[in-house]
Design a protein around this ligand. Sequence first.
Ligand SMILES: NC(=O)c1ccc[n+]([C@@H]2O[C@H](COP(=O)([O-])OP(=O)(O)OC[C@H]3O[C@@H](n4cnc5c(N)ncnc54)[C@H](O)[C@@H]3O)[C@@H](O)[C@H]2O)c1
Length: 395
Amino acid sequence: MNIAMLGSGFIARFYADSLQAQRAKDSLISVYSRNIDKAKKFADDYHLGFYSDDMDTVVSRPDVDAVVISLPNNLHEAAVAACARAKRHVLCTKPLGRNAAEAKRMLDMVEEAGIMGGYLEDLCYTPKFLKSLKAVQDGNIGKVLWAKSREAHPGPHSDWFWDHEQSGGGCMVDLGCHCIEISRGFIGKNIRPVEVMCWAATQVHPIKAEDGAIGLVKYANGAIGQFEVSWCFRGGMDLRDEVMGTEGTIWLNNFLRTGFEMFSTGKGGYVAEKAESSSGWLFPVGDEVHELGYTNMFTDMFNAIENKTEPLETFYDGYIVNAIIDACYLSAKTGKWEPVQIEGWRGDQTDDYGSNFISYDDEHYLIKKEILPNGDRKLILKHKVTGEVVALDVE
Ligand SMILES: NC(=O)c1ccc[n+]([C@@H]2O[C@H](COP(=O)([O-])OP(=O)(O)OC[C@H]3O[C@@H](n4cnc5c(N)ncnc54)[C@H](O)[C@@H]3O)[C@@H](O)[C@H]2O)c1
């Protein structure tokens, strides 16, 4: 697969490092950057045969099979339009759009052009997420009741993120998009997100957008997704998830203090993404592009193009995430639960997912089973008809 890169900034370099890692069979062959010197520098650094400051020229070259969009949020739609015109498969970084209307237009464009629209949601491809997802899907933790995801760091590295017009919002659209899709993955992508409740505030930075937010996303089967995001967190990049099911729990820590600790007096340089210091006790990350999910993500995307199947994360998923975020912005304003507006929902149509109650026998539900400190075994049951709750001591 021959790949063209649009953009030459922070994420373009992470993606390029991932695409050129190991003995990859896919080749990054060209780059577009609006600044020709930066395009040349990127092409030199990654040994690419072609660079240009004209997007259409890069996208439409005949040797290009797929295009990766690594541009600021306000430029995603125009870049997707260029790929649709040239009929090139397109992989777009997160968030898909600044809002759901933009994301929906991008979804429609790729579907009408008959090209693949892959949503580069890397945190749904980390080794830990994929293994946890398999555990959930295999029934290891029963039915998921609550899935929480947190991303917090000291704020982004480029000016445009802090400008509402270009970014579409603050940490909620920037980081919340990851967290929402992580929870949605655990709860089940077929299950409709119904309504949201959200708090968002500008706590520290002199910007129009929020630099902190917490939200709840209610799903049609009664499960709840929760996200916590901040651009005010000090101490690195905090990426943690928790999933609670009727039969078990999973806790994930993806980045800080994951078993690799280093002390330095500060003579070195880069340690890990958003690490705030290069001295003292530090938390480096082994193979960062792999642990952040980029490697698995591109493998899934290119396999999907080759096999004419769908990748795990599509433009449709990106659109659903944007629809949830739009509802969150509204809820943060109104202080109320706000419905998630989705045009053309493709998942389950039912709202009836049955009850979570566990039967003990024909007459009773099991409420609780416990061994007490003195070794006694106790059962708490509820009669299905009378509603009476009884405690039984068992041998
Ligand atoms: N984990 C992730 O998936 C992840 C991480 C970081 C960024 N991103 C996403 O990647 C995209 C780019 O972010 P970044 O961190 O690389 O930003 P960046 O500022 O480091 O790089 C942006 C690139 O776009 C170019 N650019 C900026 N304004 C432009 C304009 N008006 N016209 C043409 N080109 C322009 C810049 O020159 C640069 O090459 C954003 O959508 C962001 O949300 C994703």
